[in-house]
Design a protein around this ligand. Structure first.
Ligand code: TXA
Ligand code: MG
Length: 349
């Protein structure tokens, strides 16, 4: 199959809508990451997503809509959910609600809840408006790879597997949407993202954060979100996170890097722009300015892909504070590192 990559012109949007109505797949940009869409109400079409991604069948998909009312036939919308939709839709928030029968089991991997999200990216909205169907879409990467934040990333994973990619440039947020379960008494963040805990607390009394957000699942522990079980975002090389006082972290990053080089590894450091002077001539990939963590969120997945392309085998990274978007960054970094976090002091002893 030839994979077309087109800017989201009216013609391309019509083509996308035709493919989707016929049960085919289209990759499209959102403000978070690129999605791989199919008609959420067509079980055969949704099966195509799992096949193209090599995605385990027990990992449910998010259903994308272009208007809040489109959620009503799909799921039971509580008062709390309605308030959250009024405040944060469109935007990087997915709400898990009790599903209605119209949503096929394959879309939700047999669960009785469905994730609903209304993206804000103009191309995503234009596509959803044109096709007039709810669109199931996971991130458009091959399973196990970092989510794609450019059309080139999608092409590198999906060439020959899907007919069309809408190219809307680089995604602005850069990490996937916040997944918030609102089926229980206290809403719970299963995956942190662009709509932060602090933002949710402007509307909600209380928000829980699933333990798996900042720690690996324990043996035998049930994953609240099936996606949490899988190896994810992981680069081929080993990623190690280094925590501690700034001066110690700089010294520890340098020491770890130098040792890895001595051991014959291809090494790299993830650090902020302001950290570069502390790290000399070592191979440092910039996460942007420490004062703008959103920049780091935007760059992270592209850097992880770059590591694979450059066949880097040892990566050492600074960590960030878990306030605001920092929680999403530490969740993705932690998972990419298999939660391998060391203290700078220990390295320096
Ligand atoms: O920003 C995003 O959310 C992107 C764009 C394309 O919208 N989509 C995305 O989808 O990241 P995906 O499939 O890569 O991640 C969805 C996550 C998975 O971890 C999945 O297990 C979880 O949400 N999820 C979806 N529906 C769920 C449900 N009903 N119950 C529990 N977890 C669910
Ligand atoms: Mg994904």
């Amino acid at each position: 199959m030839n994979t077309l990559c087109l800017p989201p012109t009216p013609d391309a949007l019509q083509k996308a809508a035709m493919i989707l109505r016929d049960g085919g797949l289209v990759a499209f940009p959102t403000e978070t990451v690129y999605g791989l869409g199919a008609n959420a109400l067509n079980a055969a079409a949704v099966a195509g997503i799992f096949k193209a991604k090599d995605r385990p069948q027990d990992n449910p998909l998010i259903v994308h809509i272009s208007q809040r009312e489109q959620a009503l036939p799909l799921c039971h919308v509580s008062g709390t959910a309605q308030r959250l939709m009024d405040m944060f839709f469109p935007g990087p928030l997915t709400l898990l609600m009790k599903k209605k029968a119209i949503v096929p089991d394959i879309t939700t991997a047999g669960l009785d809840s469905v994730g609903i999200r209304m993206p804000s990216h103009p191309a995503a909205r234009a596509m959803l408006e044109t096709v007039q169907l709810p669109i199931a879409a996971p991130s458009a990467n091959r399973s196990g790879k970092p989510s794609p934040t450019t059309a080139a990333h999608v092409l590198s994973d999906m060439a020959g597997r899907i007919p069309l990619i809408l190219d809307g440039g680089a995604c602005q947020v850069g990490v996937e949407s916040t997944v918030l379960d609102v089926t229980g008494d206290i809403p719970m963040i299963l995956r942190p993202g662009g709509v932060t805990r602090e933002m949710l607390l402007t509307v909600l009394q209380k928000v829980d954060v699933a333990p798996s957000v900042l720690a690996p699942l324990k043996e035998g522990e049930r994953a609240l979100s099936p996606g949490m079980r899988y190896k994810h975002y992981a680069p081929e090389g080993a990623l190690t996170l280094v925590d501690g006082a700034h001066q110690d972290v700089m010294a520890a990053l340098a020491a770890c890097y130098d040792k890895a080089k001595l051991d014959g590894k291809r090494a790299a450091i993830f650090a902020f722009l302001e950290d570069k002077p502390f790290l000399g001539e070592r191979y440092v990939l910039s996460l942007g300015s420490r004062r703008r963590p959103e920049e780091m969120a935007g760059r992270l997945f592209a850097l992880l892909r770059q590591m694979d392309e450059e066949k880097i085998t040892a990566i050492f990274s600074v960590v960030v504070d878990t306030r605001d978007i920092g929680l999403a960054i530490m969740n993705r970094l932690g998972r990419a590192a298999g939660f391998h976090l060391i203290n700078a002091q220990e390295v320096l002893e």
